[in-house]
Design a protein around this ligand. Structure first.
Ligand SMILES: *Cc1c(COP(=O)(O)O)cnc(C)c1O
Length: 404
């Protein structure tokens, strides 16, 4: 056992690389927001595969659609047209108010494409060493470029030299952004998550988003909003930045877009939609027929079943119930987030709560050491939200009662 890992983490299996601190649990199947492990133990899924399983598990509309698709064609190639690429792109354009989409398979790939767009945007207007503004506590992925954009030294450690051309600023501080970029002709873009996920569920304020939008317009920068985790209806709007009434120029998506089938997308507005020309970017799996069907069906089912409204309502209820039980207790710092993306920050590291909750039949995660994160499927009912509270609150209270 690696001494740096919490006690519950089992030694890696002999043939997979030792990249994850895993719980001693293997999930075998699920139904709705419930999952069962290989020993038959049942859990309430408060994590949704980290904001991925939008429709929960074994959804009665999604499963037959995917079965139909698998029997027809799983993968073709971008050498050919994939009709559902156009269909999903048209839908994302409608929902975002932007204009064009590039498809890939993961969040980091979507962000990588965004970073390439920003650099070429600069090169196209004669900026040879373009720089991109990124944020403290940001998480954008684990490729060399996206880990360089990430604001977490733990993610970067051991992988230097980092990619250059990033300027880092604190969130929600327009003066800091102005100061960090003052007189710098090489800035081409500002890039952030509307609600930071891995960094501890930190929302960008609506007025800050509007200020950054205005600054980007004034200086001719791209506004690039990573909605990989906070997007796809999780906050009760399709995209979290829409609460501020603004539009980005570039918006990477992934996680919840395919309800569990790997898929990523970069949605771009007029300022960025025509930067890539044939030969500039591409990927083998991106936009493949299975992933596109998953995206098309996920969005269709979300609309049919009113899941944005559900995320907003049940999220409010969950947040209110947690606030009622926890706020004011010594050791509880803050409850943050929106809709079904919530973080409860404690005053001390609480990673062990992941195991305690799992033992009690609830799946959660802890991010940024001391923030309990809930990102359940968007089908969560009010009653199931109450069940989360009923399991989670006593565990937190018992933990707070222990001396650190
Ligand atoms: C998860 C995440 C990513 C990375 O996505 P992967 O699919 O793991 O590469 C990027 N940005 C944000 C905001 C994320 O939450």
């Amino acid at each position: 056992m690696n001494a740096a890992l919490p006690a519950f983490v089992e030694a890696a299996s002999p043939h997979t690389m030792n990249t994850y601190g895993r719980l001693p649990i293997a999930l075998s199947h699920g139904q709705g927001v419930w999952v069962w492990d290989t020993n038959g133990k049942k859990y309430l899924d408060g994590l949704g595969g980290i904001a991925v399983n939008t429709l929960g598990h074994n959804h009665p509309k999604l499963v037959p659609a995917l079965q139909d698709q698998i029997a027809k064609i799983i993968h073709s190639s971008n050498y050919y047209h994939v009709p559902n690429q156009e269909k999903l792109a048209a839908k994302l354009v409608e929902l975002s108010g932007l204009t064009n989409v590039f498809f890939c398979s993961t969040g980091l790939e979507a962000n990588e494409a965004a970073l390439k767009l920003a650099r070429k945007f600069g090169h196209d207007k004669g900026i040879e060493r373009p720089e991109i503004v990124v944020y403290e506590k940001a998480f954008h992925g684990r490729s060399i470029a996206t880990l360089s954009a990430t604001g977490n030294p733990k993610v970067q450690a051991g992988f230097g030299p980092l990619v250059e051309g990033f300027i880092r600023v604190p969130i929600n501080h327009i003066d800091a952004l102005e100061k960090a970029t003052q007189g710098n002709p090489n800035v081409v873009a500002v890039f952030f998550e509307a609600i930071q996920g891995e960094g501890g569920v930190h929302p960008m304020h609506a007025d800050y988003l509007r200020q950054v939008r205005a600054l980007c317009d004034k200086r001719d920068w791209l506004l690039m909003i990573d909605e990989v985790q906070c997007g796809m209806g999780r906050t009760g709007k399709w995209f979290a930045h829409q609460w501020a009434g603004i539009k980005p120029d570039v918006m990477p998506l992934a996680k919840g877009l395919g309800s569990g089938v790997p898929i990523g997308a970069v949605v771009a507005g007029p300022k960025a939609a025509h930067i890539f020309q044939p030969g500039n970017h591409g990927t083998t799996f991106g936009g493949n027929p299975l992933a596109m069907r998953a995206g098309v069906e996920t969005l269709r089912i979300m609309e049919e079943d009113g899941l944005l409204e559900n995320a907003a309502q049940v999220g409010d209820l969950l947040r209110a119930a947690l606030a009622h039980e926890l706020l004011g207790l010594a050791g509880v710092k803050e409850i943050r987030g929106q809709g079904l993306m919530l973080g409860i920050e404690l005053a001390r590291p609480c990673g062990e709560l992941v195991k305690r909750c799992a033992d009690a039949g609830l799946l959660i995660s802890v991010t940024a050491d001391s923030v309990i994160r809930l990102v359940p499927p968007l089908i969560l009912s009010a009653q199931e939200a109450q069940q989360i509270v009923a399991i989670l609150v006593p565990i937190i209270k018992a933990f707070l009662a222990e001396s650190p």
